[in-house]
Design a protein around this ligand. Structure first.
Ligand code: SF4
Length: 347
């Protein structure tokens, strides 16, 4: 009897969607019915940091709107090429906090693993857009360096998976890490920072949820959504599946000029996220990375926006306004200075 030929491996649905991402700025504009002349789109910026955006995320952008807040997060513009004082390649001091290959140890009790350099979407404001991923990913080499750092430091109770986007790794690769972490008794919590459930909700499949549900630690998943329009029914379903798998869902947004720098936008983000089961966690001032200066919102405006949110929303729907300062022992709260007054008209 002739053995049946093995079936070719079928890519999983999320991997297929990943491969079909839009990578050409002209195609993106054509899909949205836009002309690049009005937008100052830059091919050079796209060479320095490629455009990449899943088609499902493009479908949530408003057709014909050059100011769409989701489009602005991913479109390479001329403004990225302008040098800005104070904006550099390593905005948050990752290099100085390196504790091992792909391991960053800044804050007490926590170790952050730069798990991979891959992302489903390339966010123009990304603070790691210049990170040397080719040399520094924790998953390389079977996570050996990361596991050695964590095992060797009994103060590390929480392991953070970051990147790039850690959920861009195959679930089996994630399981390789967590299987090894089980034998390190001082590890008590796992935190995953990921934008994939927002931009490519297909990633939240049965295999991922089964892995999450079987983990022995409480798990926090910090999704990174910046605007209410990033949520739709497919994202709601992904959030539900993650919660059903036992994860606590939090959102960390970046305050971005032209994207979410109004009280209405921030309130809508908190309310829409909560409707999907996600609590606001941080509202970050922009990390001052080269190429992202055009997204910056000044502190006075940020404080006024935050004060207006406090006045308008239930406390649990107000994220903490923070910034990361290289060398600090924790995120730094953004607070009023001088006489402490802020300008209500900014709200
Ligand atoms: S998903 Fe996160 S790590 Fe990836 S490009 Fe966007 S901000 Fe950067």
């Amino acid at each position: 009897m002739i053995p049946a030929a093995p079936l070719p491996m079928q890519p999983r649905r999320w991997q297929q969607a990943w491969r079909e991402a839009v990578r050409d700025p002209r195609e993106l504009l054509a899909l949205l019915g836009l002309q690049d002349a009005a937008l100052a789109v830059s091919e050079e910026a796209a060479v320095q940091f490629a455009l990449r955006v899943p088609r499902g995320f493009v479908a949530r952008m408003r057709h014909g709107d050059p100011h769409d807040p989701l489009l602005r997060q991913v479109l390479p513009l001329d403004a990225e090429l302008r040098a800005a004082p104070g904006f550099g390649l390593d905005a948050v001091g990752d290099g100085a906090a390196k504790a091992g290959h792909g391991v960053i140890h800044k804050y007490a009790g926590r170790a952050l693993l730069v798990a991979t350099g891959s992302c489903a979407v390339n966010c123009r404001y990304c603070f790691r857009r210049h990170f040397p991923y080719a040399e520094e990913t924790a998953a390389a080499g079977g996570w050996r360096a990361a596991l050695a750092v964590i095992a060797g430091d009994p103060t590390i109770e929480e392991v953070l998976l970051s990147g790039g986007d850690p959920l861009s790794l195959a679930t089996s690769k994630l399981a390789e890490l967590t299987d090894a972490l089980r034998s390190i008794p001082h590890v008590r919590r796992l935190r995953i920072h990921t934008r994939l459930p927002i931009v490519l909700p297909e990633r939240v499949d049965d295999e991922l949820c089964a892995w999450l549900a079987a983990l022995p630690w409480p798990v926090a998943i910090v999704v990174h959504a910046n605007h209410a329009n990033e949520f739709d029914a497919s994202v709601d379903a992904a959030m539900r599946a993650l919660r059903d798998a036992g994860a606590v869902l939090l959102n960390q947004a970046v305050l971005l000029r032209g994207v979410n720098d109004t009280v209405d936008a921030l309130a809508a983000l908190a309310e829409r996220g909560f409707a999907a089961g996600v609590l606001p966690y941080y509202l970050h001032q922009l990390d001052r990375v080269a190429g992202a200066a055009h997204f910056e919102v000044d502190d006075a405006t940020a404080l006024a926006l935050h004060a207006a949110l406090v006045a308008r929303q239930s406390g649990y729907l107000v994220p903490r306004l923070v910034r990361e300062v290289a060398g600090d022992a924790s995120k730094r709260a953004v607070l009023p200075t001088g006489d402490g007054r802020i300008t209500p008209s900014m709200a």
